[in-house]
Write a protein that binds this ligand. Structure first.
Ligand code: COD
Length: 302
């Protein structure tokens, strides 16, 4: 079991240094995290945008740009396009969002001519350290990209996550398909999806993990809650990943963990040609650094 997310930094240090293309790295925390990741030897940073802005931010915060490459583009759109194209062409190994809107970056990523589509669904996975649960790491998907996934999309979300878990050394992740209750209720579509996904896992249609559900959040992560409800499942109380029914559910659980429990996180978009580091503007520099490490580990094992 992973106790915290520092293993990502260690894993990353053991691999080849990945080339990270960052579109518009003008936010303090993004630039700080990229400089730190570069200093730690995790990545080579390719900073794409307005060099004057980048240098001014670095000077303001005392960040060292030595060894980082600055690539000039006239505006945010061309910087985003350039960053995506560098990843698409293989000049960079992974992409990171700087100070631009999430939708701007995702639209560029999904561009049919020069984007990072593979034919699979792209989905977001966020790993969190949970100090209150004996320092466990729990993943959530998808709280960042797919808004209201149908059953097919949920299968793809699970498949993306399973590949990622394998790459970070979890050979059989325990995945809890969440609803509001732990029984199938025909009026709650999330419970019907959870039951179908469970059966698909049992029949070998979804492999590489143990998936069960529906679970309510408490009996997915708390052994005591699972025992009180009498749920007999290897996933109950031990979930490595929570498959959430909507972007709101995933995003809110994630933000509670980060901002109300003092947890740290690492988030990345999977299923594209290369991983995409997508954190939110208010995430801490540490969460951004851990996200870079997660993306670099995934990229290095492609
Ligand atoms: N994977 C692969 N292809 C996709 C995906 C996906 N997840 N989503 C859309 N596409 C493809 C479609 O097949 C289509 O070809 C094209 O992209 C446009 O699809 P639309 O019209 O359904 O989608 P858009 O362009 O309106 O929006 C796609 C976004 C990913 C931008 C949208 O789903 C979105 O805004 N998601 C939420 C992102 C967000 O705000 N996150 C906040 C937390 S950080």
């Amino acid at each position: 079991m992973m106790h915290n997310l520092d293993f990502l930094i260690d894993m990353c240090k053991r691999g080849r240094r990945m080339n990270l293309a960052v579109a518009c790295p003008y936010g303090d925390d993004v630039l700080g995290a990229v400089c730190e990741a570069h200093k730690l030897g995790l990545i080579n940073g390719l900073l794409i945008g307005n060099p004057k802005n980048i240098r001014a931010k670095a000077e303001e915060h005392g960040f060292d740009l030595a060894g980082l490459s600055l690539i000039e583009e006239k505006d945010d759109y061309s910087a985003t396009e350039k960053a995506v194209q560098m990843v698409s062409s293989g000049d960079a190994d992974l992409l990171m969002k700087g100070l631009i809107k999430t939708a701007t970056l995702l639209h560029a990523v999904l561009n049919k001519e020069w984007g990072l589509r593979t034919g699979s669904l792209l989905s977001h996975l966020f790993l969190f350290e949970i100090p209150l649960l004996q320092k466990r790491v729990i993943g959530i998907s998808d709280g960042g990209m797919n808004m209201y996934p149908d059953l097919n999309a949920k299968v793809a979300i699970v498949e993306n996550a399973v590949k990622c878990y394998h790459k970070i050394g979890v050979s059989n992740p325990l995945i809890a398909a969440l609803g509001a209750v732990e029984v199938v209720n025909p009026d709650m579509p999330a419970t019907l999806h959870a039951a179908a996904l469970t059966q698909m896992n049992r029949r070998g249609q979804i492999t590489g993990c143990s998936l069960d559900g529906p679970f309510a959040l408490d009996n997915a992560v708390s052994i005591e809650a699972a025992q009180i409800k009498g749920i007999d499942s290897p996933v109950a109380g031990h979930a490595d990943m929570l498959l959430v029914p909507s972007i709101e559910a995933g995003n809110m659980i994630g933000k509670v963990l980060l901002y109300m429990t003092g947890g740290r996180g690492a988030g990345v978009i999977l299923g594209a040609k290369k991983p995409i580091v997508l954190t939110s503007r208010f995430d801490s520099m540490e969460t951004k650094l851990l996200s870079i490490a997660l993306g670099a580990v995934v990229a290095s094992k492609d």
